[in-house]
Design a protein around this ligand. Sequence first.
Ligand code: NAD
Length: 444
Amino acid sequence: MRIAMIGTGYVGLVSGVCFSDFGHEVVCVDKMAAKVDTLRAGGVPIYEPGLEELLTRNTAAGRLSFTTDLAEAVKGARAVFIGVGTPTRRGDGHADLTYVYAAAKELADVIDDGAVVVTKSTVPVGTNREVGRVIAERLKETGREISFEIASNPEFLREGAAIEDFMRPDRVVVGVESEAAETVMREIYRPLSLREAPVMFTSLESAEIIKYAANAFLATKITFINEIADLCEKVGGDVKAVAKGIGMDGRIGSKFLHAGPGYGGSCFPKDTSALARIGQDHASPVRIVETVMSVNDARKRRMVDKVMDLCGGSVNGKKIAVLGVTFKPETDDMRDSPSLVIVPGLVGAGAQVSVCDPQGRKEGEALLPGVTWAEDAYEAAAGADAVVLLTEWNEFRALDIKRLRQVMSGNGFADLRNVYAPEDAAAAGFRYVSIGRPDVTPAD
Ligand code: NAD
């Protein structure tokens, strides 16, 4: 089937590439000419493991191409996916739907008769119907006489594991209101049903809510274990043991129970915010989610205090090495990363901050003024009073911590991802603090 994908960001590009790998003929379109040029030359504008290989294979097979021309992209397409950004709108916390509606309006001039317009972007309840209304209104304006269908197909992939998630999803959710749209969507995802991934059909509204509810639930789970970690610190428990103990309960599950510096990223902060606003607008407040948001915001700021306490109450004039600035490992995405609160907090408190990140520098340089960039953890830590492990990239999980301690001038280690065993850190000569576990001082 011929498919068009509007937007070649983290979701649009991965979805487009994976659909082409299913055997569909996919044309991806983006307004950013530089991105399209890179893609046409076989490059990948984002860091996502496995993506380049899949892109090269499917481009070579003639199933995948890129353009800036919407009309060219949608010509002959039975399904047109909207995968543009829906960031938080400035000032009020709502999702900004400008890009979605702009794409819908443009589509009305160029889609083929009978095409299904599928919204893959994360959008509030009612948006898919509004997309249909925008297209219908524009058709009326221009006098074009074609029919079209709409469908909602929220995406659940995780950056860093996006290909695997797309190819082997726990489920695919599709909101439709016509048999014609359902038939097209079934055909698109048929290769997944052969792999026994459930494809669930529901209403447009339910599909929209499922996406927000899923992200809000996961953000809640993380925030819950973070607060339990705080309690552990006060009363002398170990949050890793607690998480293991509750996670073995099948009703709870072990995932998303890793205590840390607070969630960030391109989805959880904006989607919790949008869900809270949707609830308020419909006089059905989602108070748990509202609380999760404020607990998480406060937590990121408190991480700065944690580092200051480690450094004897102040970081003024101290050298601090920060390992990892992306919001999680295996991505170059810096959107709403905890580092964007914690690093400026340290710089603002007078610290000289040296950072390193395997993929974050390109985005991070502009976002984190006043820091120096190092090539690796040992270079960052050279002469430092304290090290802060902020993002658990593999290369920071297997550090030679004795060597790390030796290159430093101080001995502070704030492990905000609980990567190391406190006794190992003590044995290496560190004063070590982590999340929800006992602090330790250097072993003699
Ligand atoms: P992104 O900002 O990385 O990419 C959006 C792309 O759309 C950009 O390249 C932009 O140039 C392009 N674009 C915007 N308007 C356009 C138009 N009219 N025509 C052509 N191109 C246009 O965004 P993203 O992270 O891929 O997210 C896209 C959507 O998917 C969002 O709604 C997000 O919430 C959702 N989502 C994201 C993730 C994730 O992990 N990033 C996961 C699930 C769902």
